[in-house]
Design a binder for this molecule. Sequence first.
Ligand SMILES: *[C@@H]1O[C@H](CO)[C@@H](O)[C@H](O)[C@H]1NC(C)=O
Ligand SMILES: CC(=O)N[C@H]1CO[C@H](CO)[C@@H](O)[C@@H]1O
Ligand SMILES: [Zn+2]
Length: 509
Amino acid sequence: MARFLTLSYLLLVTLIYVSTRTIQKNGDTPTFDEKNKDHWNLQAQWILRTKLASALNTRVAKNVILFLGDGMSITTLAATRVYLGQQYGHLGEELKLSFEAFPYTGLAKTYCVDHNVADSACSGTAYLSGVKANSGTVGLSAAVKRGDCKGQRDGLHSVTGLMDWAQKAGKGTGFVTTTRVTHATPAASYAHSADRRWEADSDMPKKGLRCEDIATQLIRGRVGRKIDVILGGGRKNFFPITQKDPEGYQGHRSDGADLIREWKIKKEALKQTYKYVYHKQGLLSLDENVYDSVLGLFAHDHMPYHLEAGDDDPTLSEMTQKAIQLLKKKRNGFFLFVEGGRIDTAHHETKARKALDETAEFAKAVEAALRMVDLSETLVVVTSDHSHTMTYSGYSKRGTDILGVVNKNNATDHIPYTTLSYANGPGYKVLDAHHKRYNVAKDDSFTHLNYTYPSLVPMPRETHGGEDVAVFAKGPWAHLFTGNYEQNFLPHAIAYAACMGPGLTSCNS
Ligand SMILES: *[C@@H]1O[C@H](CO)[C@@H](O)[C@H](O)[C@H]1NC(C)=O
Ligand SMILES: CC(=O)N[C@H]1CO[C@H](CO)[C@@H](O)[C@@H]1O
Ligand SMILES: [Zn+2]
């Protein structure tokens, strides 16, 4: 038995190190199959030994990368393993996404102060600034209700967080997103807005008090203007309605401000080297050793889904890699926030294929980042802001197409059902002429990227879900992220690890 174990450990070690790919084998060896009890015992013993051998890392986190999969529920993760694994020729269920191999995992409770299910704005305020808020608001405590412009303007209830704390600690800062850079999630890192929809001045109510819009806060705000790397979509919110961008789209601002030009002027005044880019080639060809600041706005609106992207659209991995290369030069380290933002929008449309594919792209971006940083001094935290209503139902045979129908038809009406379905949303299927449930097997369109997966309740947009989200951590103080806690604990733990922010830190405790 001992000899047997030793040999197997060698094989396991080799496999785990060989395949630090986006998807990782969970210790499956070529010599044993799942029908052999040794397969399971050896794999479990391996995990146990790895845990026993791991020492706590209590160094200071010089760098922090916070990855946020918007709407990336635990169900989404389980389904994406199969989706991605099958692309690599595996059954799929037995694999792990890149960050699922992190040593420490926790669960975060996501509700907002005023609602039981979170939106990206209140949730972003919690995991970026450490304070729970009302839905629809960013960077403000729950003393401010959604739409309360006066509450935003008087400044008493503004909260700051990781981006500000990192800047005060002399770190480089940046964020990357596949949505508009002014969308709720990134906005929560630099803006204070009583309504997440106030992305440009023209989004504000025409009457009554006027508040500073989110795009303006990104370019002129105390925190926004100091962000070194900004990469994402949403160009329209940065230039006037009377102008067109290089792709021929009209701007969305009615105050005449050209914020892209203003960004350049501000950097010039600071004697910084800077570059504005708007397509993939511009991003990939810029020399990271030359520039202090980079603004990349790659789409008029949100960036396209990866499955629909063109040659000009950088992937989330490419943006993440460039951001790290740019920030790595900073002497005091950096804080980088990376959002996979279209997982959420795909779920809202019940387009499960796109949601899983965006999650796969997100896992690839995490993997790309891990290869570029020193994990002994870089804390990497991967989480989500809230869940969605997608379920993963049984009992298909192992390795069944996760996006197809369940291949054991046990429905009482004898009509097949899909493995993935939603509690509500636009995928609602009306009963047929005989008042029978819609037969999804008649759809030969499961392979279509726009197939809307069935939902129980008809709604134009599927809703978020209220259960906890997972937190995965690796690097200094990653062990702080275990357990079950309120979502607003996250930035407190990150700040502790990185010695920044007004609370307790590993340097002042
Ligand atoms: C999928 O839907 C989007 C609109 O939501 C549309 O622009 C796109 O062309 C569709 N793709 C295909 C292949 O039909
Ligand atoms: C409860 C039930 O009806 N189970 C059936 C589901 O389908 C399998 C395969 O057709 C049957 O073996 C089960 O009895
Ligand atoms: Zn959403």
